[in-house]
Structures are given as C-alpha cells and as structure tokens.
Design a protein around this ligand. Structure first.
Ligand SMILES: C[S@@+](CC[C@H](N)C(=O)[O-])C[C@H]1O[C@@H](n2cnc3c(N)ncnc32)[C@H](O)[C@@H]1O
Length: 270
C-alpha cells in the first residue's frame, strides 16, 4: 500500500522536478524574500508551540523544508531534521548550513507522503506550505503523526486554498505584477535563462496542483483529529505578523489570502 505513495506524488518525472527551479524563492539569503516575509517571526511562532504548554521538544522534523529557512532558524533551539522531495532545495540548504556553521543538521530527500523514519522518531514535526503541493495531503498528515512521539506536537502552517477563498485582491495583483516585471528586467539583465526556467516551473506546479483547493483549516483539523490528535491551538491572524514591506503594501502577504497555523498534540488526554 505505502509503495503506491511515490506513484501518487504529483511529480513522478525523475528528470524534471519543477521545485528544483524555484529555489531562490525559498533561500534564507534571498533579499527579495525578505521584502515579502519575516522568517524570524515564523520561526518564533513555530518554536513557541514546541517549547510551550508542555511541548518540551528536542528533535523536530521540518516536512517539505524547501531551502530550509525555518530549519536554519529553529536550529538554535532544536535538533532539526529537514525533509524535502527536491534535491536542489536540499543542496541550497546544505550550502547555507555550511556557510552559517549550523551544527548537527540532517537533510533527507524523500516524499512527505512516505516519511522514511520509524514510528515516534521525533518529539515534534511541522510543515509550512508543503501540504498543498502533494496529491494526498491525508497521507502526509498521517505520516507526520506517525513519526511524532505520543504527546508530541504537530504544527501545520497553510493557506485556505478553496477556490473562492484563494483569490488575490486587486491591490495585490497590481503590486505583484509590478514587482514581477521589475524582477524580470533585473534577472534578464543578470542571467538570461533563469526567468524562463522559473516561469515554466511555476506554470507546471500550478497546472498539476491547481493550487490544491482541498486545503483549508477545517480539512486539516479533521485529518489531525482522525489521526488521534488533540487540537491545542489555532491561529488565523499569522499573516498580520509575518508580512514584510511588500506584503504590507499588498494589504497582507499575497493579499487577501487566509493564512492559518494549527498545532495538535498526538494522543488525546483523558
Ligand atoms: C511552497 S514550498 C515551501 C518550502 C518551505 N516549507 C518554506 O515554507 O519555505 C513547498 C516545498 O514542498 C516540497 N515538496 C513538494 N512535493 C513534495 C513531496 N511530495 N514531498 C516532500 N516535499 C515536497 C517542494 O520541493 C518545496 O520545497
């Protein structure tokens, strides 16, 4: 049964994973990323759920870590294991780990719908915006719960992607198109082929995932509860905190979208 998980992933072409071509967007050293989002605030938000309220986590798994902005920031407090499907994302993370002299980080190239760790291997696991790219988020959540120890924490950050909810407002469209046009001019000037790769990769990601309109807070809450977790907190105001300058200009990161953080404890207390 579990062997089917690989075949069910959106990207089965071993020679072209579109995420390999959008790594700059997820790099802790990307200056343009900082214009949009404050990663340090994300790290604080996640950290407080792993240490506070009986969390007491030491080892945590970053599921769909990308180039590892959060893995890097959280490594000050935890022993972080970083898992992603994309080899290029992990290579970038490896480079940053080396440059920033981060101790004891472990990188794993794997599908988050089939996590290659034994049951209860971690004190906590978290996933930031890496459920929507997969065809079976149910499996990814089941796997996150499985590899988390009893009474450990599972933290998920996502966006409500139901078609009606996942619409950018006009202000965002204008700001974002102007930003993209400017970025394109700078990139074409610096490195001719890059924009072409990026655009093709994003198009493939959008076309295959359709932005995953199944993802929303209630869907994820139900999956966590079905897997024997107790929901201990839900925060739907995170986007107000994490916006960088451009995010604020849009009136909210990727304006109008509904961001949420949900934290669950594995196992129900009587
Ligand atoms: C939107 S990015 C988020 C990255 C990171 N968590 C962050 O917030 O900066 C989605 C990530 O999910 C990864 N991904 C996509 N499908 C995956 C899968 N089946 N298993 C593991 N990772 C996957 C991509 O490679 C990408 O790094």
């Amino acid at each position: 049964m579990k062997n089917e998980h690989y075949q069910q992933a959106f990207y089965t072409d071993a020679y072209y994973n579109p995420w390999d071509f959008v790594i700059d967007n997820y790099d802790i050293k990307s200056r343009s990323r900082r214009l949009w989002v404050k990663d340090e605030i994300y790290a604080e938000l996640v950290k407080k759920h792993f240490v506070g309220d009986g969390g007491n986590c030491n080892t945590i798994l970053d599921v769909g870590c990308g180039a590892g902005t959060l893995s890097i920031l959280l490594a000050d407090w935890f022993r972080v294991y970083s898992l992603d499907f994309s080899r290029a994302m992990l290579e970038r993370l490896k480079l940053r780990v080396k440059e920033l002299k981060i101790d004891g980080s472990t990188l794993i190239q794997a599908d988050n719908q089939r996590i290659p760790f034994k049951d209860s291997a971690f004190d906590g696991s978290f996933c930031k915006f890496a459920l929507w790219p997969v065809s079976n988020p149910e499996w990814a959540i089941e796997e996150m719960v499985r590899v988390t120890k009893q009474y450990g924490r599972i933290v998920i950050l996502e966006v409500d992607r139901r078609t009606e909810e996942y619409k950018s407002n006009l202000r965002t469209k204008v700001v974002y198109s102007s930003y993209k046009a400017l970025k394109r001019v700078i990139r074409i000037h610096k490195q001719k082929n890059k924009t072409v790769h990026d655009d093709a990769a994003w198009k493939l990601i959008r076309d295959t995932t359709k932005n995953n309109p199944r993802i929303n807070l209630e869907f994820i809450r139900a999956l966590l509860e079905d897997n024997g977790c107790e929901i201990i907190s839900v925060d739907t105001t995170i986007k107000e905190e994490i916006d960088g300058f451009m995010g604020k200009l849009c009136g909210g990161q990727c304006g109008g979208h509904n961001y949420f953080l949900i934290c669950a404890k594995k196992g129900i207390t009587e």
